[in-house]
Design a protein around this ligand. Sequence first.
Ligand SMILES: Nc1ncnc2c1ncn2[C@@H]1O[C@H](COP(=O)(O)OP(=O)(O)OP(=O)(O)O)[C@@H](O)[C@H]1O
Length: 491
Amino acid sequence: MASEIASRNILANIKTAYLSKMLSMEIDWYDKSQEQYVNILSHDLQKMSILFDSKMMNVVETVAVIFFGFIAGLLLSWKVALLTLGTMTITILITYLILKESKKKEKPQQEYNRKCTKIASEVLGNVRSFAAYSGEYKEIERYKSSLKMANKHRLKHATVISAGKAFNCFALCICYIAAYYFSLLIAQMYAIHNCTYLLGTISNLNVAIDSAYRVMRFLDSESNYNKSIEQGIEPDTFNAEVSFRNVQFFYPSSLNRKVFHDLTLDIESGKVTAVVGTSGAGKSTIVSLISRLYDVADGQILIGGVDIKKLNVSWLRNQIGVVGQEPTLFDTSIEENIRYGKTNASLEEIVEAAKISYAHDFIEKLPSGYASIVGESGIKLSGGQKQRIAIARAIVRKPKLLLLDEATSSLDSHSEGIVQEALENAMRDRTTVIIAHRMSTVRMADVIYAMEEGRVVEKGTHNELMELGGYYYSLAKIQELEEKDQIVTIK
Ligand SMILES: Nc1ncnc2c1ncn2[C@@H]1O[C@H](COP(=O)(O)OP(=O)(O)OP(=O)(O)O)[C@@H](O)[C@H]1O
C-alpha cells in the first residue's frame, strides 16, 4: 500500500512537471513540435504508468502470503472444517461490502481524471491565449490540484480494494492450508501466479521503460522561455508607442519563407492604427510580434522607445489586451473567464469591464448571472456574446495597448454591429491596433497601413487612401462588389 501511494505520487508529479514543461516552452516550439509532445503526453505517460501499475505490487503481496502461510500453518489441527466454513462465509460477505464501497470511491476519482484531461487539452489547444494572459501558471495549479484530488480518491479506492485483497489472501491461506495441511504449496502457487504475470508484462515493460526514457529526456531538455520570463526590465510606466524598424521575420517552423523583408511602421500612442491587406500579407504576425510571441530575425521593435527584447515578457503582456478572431472561452463561469485578464480582479472590476463591452445586460439575464458556466469552448453562448466576454477579459486589466485581430470577422452582421460598438467603447482613450479584412471596421482609424506580401504599400486615412485610388482603393472596391454579390445571392 505504501509503495502504491509513493508510486502514484511520483506519477502525478511527473504528469504535472510534463504539462508545466510544455507550457514553459516558446510559442515557436509549439509550431514545430507541439503535436509530437502531445502524443507523448497521451501515449508515453500512459505506457509509462505500467511501471507504477498496482499489479506490479503483487510481488509485495506474494511475500505477505508466504508470511501468512506460515502463521496459518501453525494454527492447524482439529478445527479445520469449522475454520474453512466460517472464513468462506466472512470472505463472501466482506467481498460484497468491499465491491460496494469501491464503486462509490471510484466515481469521484474518474471525475477528477476527466477534469485533468480537460484542463490539459484546453490549455494545449489554446496556448496563444494563455501566453497572452500569462495564464499558464494558474492552469498548472488547476491541473495539479485536480490531479491531487484524483489521486486522493484513487488512493481511497485502492485502500478499499487492497484491504479486500489482503483479507481475501489471508482467508484463502487459512482455508487452503487448513484443507491441505501444507502451507508452502499455496504460497508457491501464488508466487508462480505473480511470476507468470510478470512474464506476460515483460514486453509492456520494455515499452514502458522506452516511454519513460522519452518523458525524462523531454523534462531534462532546456526551455528558453523560462529565462525570458525572469529577465528583462519593467519600466514604471508603459508608453504605448510602437515602432517597427526594418523588421525581418520568418516563422521558426518555415525558415525558408520570410514574412517580413524590411517592415517599418509606427503605432502612435493614444491613436487608432489599422492594418489591412490580403490574406497572408502578415497582419496577424504584427500582433504576435508586439506580444512577443516570436522574436524578429533582424531589425527592431521599439515600445516606448525601448527594444522589445529588453522588456520583461510577462510585464509587457500584462500591458496589452488582445481580442482575436475566435474567442477562447474556458468551461468555467463567466466571472472566471473574464478574470483570466486579471487574476486578482474584484467582482466590481469584472462587472465594470462587462459593462464597457456591452456584456453586462445579457449576463444579468442568465439564470446564474456572472456565475453561469459557459460550457466547453463557450458552447452555451452565441458568437457575439462570446466575443463580448473576450473583450471584457481584454479590458479588465485596463490595458494601455489594445490589439484587435479580426475581432468581428467570424460574426454575422447582426452580432457584428453590437460587438463593433463594444469595441469602439473599449478603444476609448487607448492606443489601439485593428487588424481587419473588412474596410467598414477601419474607416474611423487615425492611420491605415495597407499591406501586401509583408510590405507596407500605402499609408493614410480612409479618405486619403480612397482618393489615392491605389491598392487600398481597389481592396475597398473588390469588397464592395463582394458584399453586393452576397446581398443578391441572399435575396
Ligand atoms: N505559425 C506559423 N508558422 C509558419 N508560418 C506561418 C505561421 N503563421 C502564419 N504563417 C505564414 O506567415 C504569413 C503571414 O501570415 P499572417 O497570419 O500574419 O497573415 P494575415 O495577413 O494575418 O492573413 P489572414 O488575413 O489570412 O489572417 C502567411 O504566409 C502565413 O502562411
